[in-house]
Every structure is written in C-alpha cells, then in structure tokens.
Design a protein around this ligand. Structure first.
Ligand code: FAD
Ligand code: SF4
Length: 466
C-alpha cells in the first residue's frame, strides 16, 4: 500500500547542542519500521527518473525500495550492490538533493522519497547482519594479470576492487600512511564514520589487493618504473586534485592560518580532538573559515567541535551562489556557525606573538555573471573592516598535483593540469588509465567511484587483449 504522506520520515539525529561536543555521526539512521514506512512512499514510477536521470551510477532505486517496503532488506542490498560498490559511503555523502532525490517526482508537490536514507539503512542493515562477511571473502582465482593503482581514494579503491574480482593481482600505491583518500582525511567522522571506510578497505585486502602506503608515485618511483621494472601491465591513476589554491593575500603564511586539507587532516587522521593529541592543533577561540563550498562547511563544523567559541564563514558571494549543499549549510547554521556573505579577505595580520590575530575584509556586491554563470562579486571601495581571530582556515578550492603527470612522458593533460581520458578512461599512453578528480577536477565520491569502475573494465579488456 502506498503511503501518501508528502514529507519524508525524519532521520533521527543528535541535537545540535549535543553533537557540537562530539565527533560521533550526526544522523543516526532509520529503524526497520521507519525504513518500511518511508519506502511505502515510493510510487514505483514507470519512467524511474530517480534512477535514470538522477543517479550517476543508475542504482535500481525503485526496485530496491520495493524490497525495503516488503521487509526483504537483504534483497534490497543485493540490488544496490549490482551497481554501487561503496553504498555505505555514497548513501551518507552523495549530494542526493541534486541527484536521485532531486529527480524524484514526489519532490514536485512535497518532499522526495528519502532515497539516501533508505540506501544507508539497507547498507547498515547488511553490515550489521553479516559480521562475518570479510572473513568469508574468497579471492577470485588468479587471471595471470598484474595491475597497479595509484591513489587509494574512492576512484582507486573502486578500480582495485573490480580488478581483484576479475582475478587481477592488484597493488595500490598511496602517498599517505592511510588508505581512503578524502573519505579518510577530508570528510569528518560526524558525516562519515571512519570504521565504514576501514571496512571497505578491509574487504579489498580480503580480496587480495595489496596496499603500499607512504609511497608517492612521481617521487619514490615513476609509472614507467612500475610498468618496466615491476611488471605491471596496466596502471590506473586516481590521485585526486588535492593541492590547495591560494588567495594570494598578505599573511596567508602566518602561524594559525591553515589550508582546509591540513586542518581537516589534523582532525580526521591526527585525531587532534583527543586529549592525548593535544598540541597537534593549538586551541583557537575565534575561527574564520574562508570559502562557501562543502569543504568550508566541514571545516567550520569541525572547528566548533574543537571547542571554538565563535566560528564564522566568510564567503564573497551571497547565499544563493554558495556551492555547498543546502543540507550542509542548514546543519552548519543549526550548529551556531555564523555566515558573513558578500565578504572577502584582503589581509591576514599577526599579533605581537607573531600568530594570526586579525583578518581584514572588504564588503562585496554582486555584478554581472562571470564564466561560471554566477554573479561576479565586486568590491565596495572603502568598506574594509577587521575581525579578531586566532585561527583562519582557507577552504577556497584545490587543483591537480603534477607529481605523476610531470614524470610520465606523453601523458596528455588539459590547461588545468587534469589528465585527458576518453570515455573508457584511457589516457594518451597505452595501458595507462585515469579517473576521478584528477580527470574532472574536484567533483563527487560517486563520480570518482564510477570512473574507477569504468577504468577497471577497460584495464581488464586491455590486459586480456580484447
Ligand atoms: C573536505 C571534503 C569534503 C567532501 N565532501 C564530499 C561529500 O560530502 N560528497 C561527495 O560526493 N564528495 C565530497 N567531496 C569530494 C570527494 O571527496 C572527491 O570528489 C573524491 O574523494 C575524489 O576521489 P578520488 O579518488 O578521485 O580522489 P581522492 O579522494 O582525493 O584520493 C586520491 C588519493 O591519491 C593519493 N595520491 C595523490 N597523489 C599520489 C601519488 N603521487 N602517489 C600515490 N598516491 C597519491 C592521495 O593521497 C589520496 O589518498 C569532498 C571533498 C573534500 C575535500
Ligand atoms: S522518482 Fe521517487 S517515487 Fe518515483 S520511483 Fe523514484 S523514488 Fe519512487
């Protein structure tokens, strides 16, 4: 029976005043009853816009939701798994409002079906009911092929998993000491608990994938070394786009000014919030975050959890142009984070101790649209003002690193330094494939996962001479 309620069954979550004091997951997940009730809102549309138009990986959304409505949660999981290899992750971090839920017909007159929350429920239900799953994984019989994956982010791990399923001997090279890419060091635990990412990595290890962490390709070795000396027949490049861009304002180098990557890394990987790691990130009371994307929201929400008494986001355009998801902005507002729109830093200043203690900003107004289609921020002359700060986090974007592209002759890149590929993820160098943020520029987890899987299929075809 269809449930005609026009609003989503709300997801239980920690109250703002409680959650800003911990790094535990904010959303707490549907119960079985809630999931079944929500699944019964699905109209089983014949044209399946959620799946065909909304979902980048075309998960069979109405079919899995139908199984949830029947109470057959394992069957629902099997349906999701046909197309998504990272469902516990994607169900938590995908921008559903712009993807599947943005295309759901229920959204026309009410709220869309809570597709993300249902996918999350199904993935978590499966994990909770199969604690032995990893121990029971049997690696696929060897195919005789050997491939290397550079970068252990969502693109790399998805590629490695699919190759291992085909019996390929896979080694993943990762610069950091931990695997997972941004899933591990960038997205905070209150949105994506780290044991979920670790479980996905453990599944790969059980399938026979080898991880060489602390090894940077382009510095410690080159792709040509891997292919000629180590005998890898094919290589996937999934190195992301992680080099922070600079605003080039005076004072960006002062102690107490961080890039968002560095700040998030200290919290997510270094666990700077634990008493035993005190000193990794000196306590700050007044923190300004510069930027308007999801990375800025993550940094601000971490900052408030680190005990700051005031956290302010400074963004040069208005709320309307802000690239962060509505859900993230709303969560940040509920956590008492202040927003200064139409404001741009022009200088960061030091106090007598040499550490940052003020940020000088200019008010802006919106002019004509620029190349991005968004209205250009124009400074209002003479509107300068200062704010007291003891920490500034710059979250204004990232770009490609050239360590791999600069050491791989004849690998074509575009004007932004991104790797050029065809629709099969093949680069200009035979046997070398690429996907994820290093091809598209910073995008999303689901698109990186899809690119990794496309590349794995192409690499297998290449290695087996198809
Ligand atoms: C703070 C933050 C929050 C985000 N939130 C979301 C979200 O909620 N939802 C969403 O969909 N997307 C989000 N994104 C974007 C998303 O995380 C990325 O689009 C996605 O992780 C890209 O995957 P990737 O595998 O291409 O690269 P990455 O995740 O960046 O992984 C690349 C890996 O390659 C490694 N590497 C780099 N160079 C080398 C080298 N030379 N040798 C060996 N290893 C190397 C890196 O250390 C890294 O581990 C967020 C991004 C950030 C920064
Ligand atoms: S568009 Fe919405 S209502 Fe229609 S099948 Fe998809 S989830 Fe169900």
């Amino acid at each position: 029976m269809i449930n005609l309620v026009r609003v989503k069954n709300p997801m239980p979550e920690q109250a703002p005043q409680t959650r800003i004091q911990n790094f535990e997951e904010v959303c707490q997940g549907y119960t079985e009853d809630m999931a079944v009730r929500e699944a019964m809102r699905c109209l089983r549309c014949r044209t399946k816009p959620c799946m065909n138009k909304g979902c980048p990986t075309h998960v069979h959304i109405p079919d899995f939701i139908a199984k949830v409505a029947e109470g057959d949660f394992e069957a629902a999981y099997e349906i999701i798994r046909e197309t998504s290899c990272l469902s516990p992750v994607c169900s938590r971090v995908c921008p559903h409002e712009n993807q599947c839920e943005g295309s759901c017909v229920h959204g026309i007159k009410g709220q869309p079906v809570a597709i993300g929350s249902l996918e999350r429920f199904v993935s978590d239900w499966h994990a909770a009911h199969h604690p032995e799953e990893i121990a029971e994984i049997v690696p696929t019989a060897p195919s005789g092929h050997k491939a290397a994956v550079i970068g252990a982010g969502p693109a790399g791990i998805s590629c490695a998993g699919d190759l291992a399923d085909k019996g390929v001997d896979v080694t993943v090279y990762e610069t950091l000491d931990v695997a997972g890419g941004i899933l591990t060091y960038g997205i905070p635990a209150f949105r994506l608990p780290k044991d979920i990412v670790e479980r996905e990595i453990d599944k790969l290890k059980a399938k026979g994938v080898k991880f060489v962490t602390g090894s940077s390709v382009g510095k410690d070795c080159t792709i040509d070394d891997l292919m000629k000396k180590e005998g890898f027949e094919s290589v996937f490049i999934g190195t992301g786009a992680e080099v922070p861009t600079s605003m080039h304002v005076p004072g960006e180098e002062l102690p107490g000014v961080y890039t968002a990557n560095d700040f998030l890394m200290k919290i997510n990987v270094g666990k700077a919030y634990l008493p035993e790691n005190e000193g990794l990130l000196p306590h700050a009371d007044k923190i300004v975050i510069v930027g308007g994307g999801n990375v800025a929201m993550d940094a601000a929400r971490c900052a408030i959890r680190m005990g700051a008494s005031s956290v302010t986001i400074v963004y040069r355009r208005s709320r309307e142009e802000m690239p962060a998801c509505d859900a993230e902005i709303n969560e940040a507002m509920a956590e008492q984070i202040a927003f200064h729109y139409l404001t741009n830093p022009v200088a960061i200043k030091a106090g007598p101790d040499g550490r940052v203690n003020k940020i000088e900003c200019l008010r802006m107004e919106l002019g004509e649209p620029d190349a991005s289609g968004r209205r250009r921020p124009v400074p209002i002359e003479g509107s300068n003002f200062e704010m007291d700060v003891d920490c500034v986090v710059m979250a204004i974007g990232t770009k490609m690193d050239s360590a791999v592209t600069g050491t791989t002759p004849d690998l074509a890149t575009d004007k932004y330094g991104c790797i050029v590929t065809d629709e099969n993820a093949a680069t200009s160098r035979p046997g070398i494939f690429a996907g994820g943020d290093d091809v598209t520029g910073p995008l999303t987890v689901v698109k990186a996962m899809k690119a990794g899987r496309t590349a794995a299929a192409s690499m297998y075809a290449y290695m087996s001479g198809q």
